[in-house]
Design a protein around this ligand. Structure first.
Ligand code: FES
Length: 329
């Protein structure tokens, strides 16, 4: 069995056939990840020494990145002892992913194509997560879909999800046609590493498109209950949609040093706000990106474009955290 050493000196064993990401998790070390299937690029890491082998396609890695020694830890295992230029996320080490039964507590309409589903867990489940993380709902006939948790911890432990209707989507047919209060489902979570980090940056920029606002809402609620975690920092929230119908939620940011900017890409003539794409709006606002940490959640297109645009404009590589919604039917 090969050994994998990471840049903060910790190490774990890697077995052929298991991803380095899963091998690390099995030993209590959480590396950055989201989709676990090679499509989002969140688990990208540079190999400093040693040989690795891919057992699934590294779809989100460019040829240039591969040539420069980058790999996706969810797609590879170690062939020899390996050194990776990544660190584990200590705050997530104690949070275990669990599978639990749950019931639909309520379903409410947020927009013509978005519902809010509130899930109720069995009493005393003690489901622990960091705002920003997601979970998988396992629905009728075992269909599984990922949704960000849209709230910080609530006293009643209920979990809010924002669910967008997907044309011909199998799970959409359930949420938008069949689901009703008290339905029994299962969930697996929490999953992913999208969460607030301790950073020296002067400003925090949240970028969301569509229901990508859900984890941002959860993180803002976390900040509201513990404002000291962002003390002295300016917060910017950019939320992109096509039309006004997509801006289905208004954050209450009165107690925070925060600016909320909805941005529409197909605005009607009555829209008096910003237009275009969220990443372009950040660039137009002349925020000093060398002093910023960005949390982006939404479409793959937005995430990849935002990362590239903002990093070219001075955003430090390690100050971009993202959760990309990868498509399922
Ligand atoms: S590409 Fe590995 S977690 Fe998404």
């Amino acid at each position: 069995m090969a050994s994998v050493k990471i840049s903060n000196g910790k190490s774990f064993s890697s077995a052929a056939g298991d991803s380095m990401l899963d091998s690390a998790r099995a030993e209590g070390l959480t590396l950055e990840y989201s989709c676990r299937t090679g499509r989002c690029g969140v688990c990208k890491a540079k190999v400093l020494s040693g040989e690795t082998e891919a057992f699934r396609d590294e779809l989100s890695l460019s040829a240039e990145e591969s040539q420069c020694g980058y790999i996706l830890t969810c797609c590879r295992y170690a062939l020899t002892d390996v050194e990776l230029d990544v660190e584990d996320i200590g705050a997530l080490g104690d949070i275990k992913t669990r599978t639990l039964p749950c019931r639909i507590d309520s379903i409410g309409v947020l927009a013509s194509n978005v519902v809010e589903v509130v899930l109720r867990l069995p009493p005393n489940s003690k489901f622990t997560y960091l705002p920003g993380q997601y979970l998988d709902v396992i629905g009728p006939e075992g269909v599984r879909r990922s949704y960000s948790i849209a709230n910080a911890h609530r006293e009643d432990e209920k979990l809010e999800l924002h669910i967008r209707e997907v044309e011909l989507g199998v799970m959409s047919a359930y949420w938008f046609g069949v689901a009703k209060g008290n339905d029994l489902l299962r969930l697996e979570g929490p999953l992913g590493t999208f969460s607030l980090r301790e950073k020296d940056a002067r400003s925090i920029v949240f970028l969301a498109t569509g229901t990508g606002i859900a984890p941002v809402k959860a993180m803002l609620e976390q900040i509201m209950t513990a404002p000291e975690i962002v003390k002295g920092k300016q917060i910017y929230v950019y939320w992109g949609g096509r039309t006004e119908n997509d801006i289905y939620w208004q954050p209450d940011l009165k107690r925070l040093n925060a600016v909320f900017t909805p941005v529409l890409s197909r605005a009607g003539s009555s829209w008096g706000g910003r237009t275009g794409y969220v990443q372009a709006a950040v660039m137009e606002d002349f925020i000093d990106l060398t002093q910023v940490v960005v949390y982006a959640c939404g479409s793959e297109t937005m995430i990849f474009s935002a990362r590239e645009t903002l990093q070219k404009a001075g955003l430090p590589d390690r100050n971009f955290y993202a959760d990309a919604f990868v498509r399922s039917n």
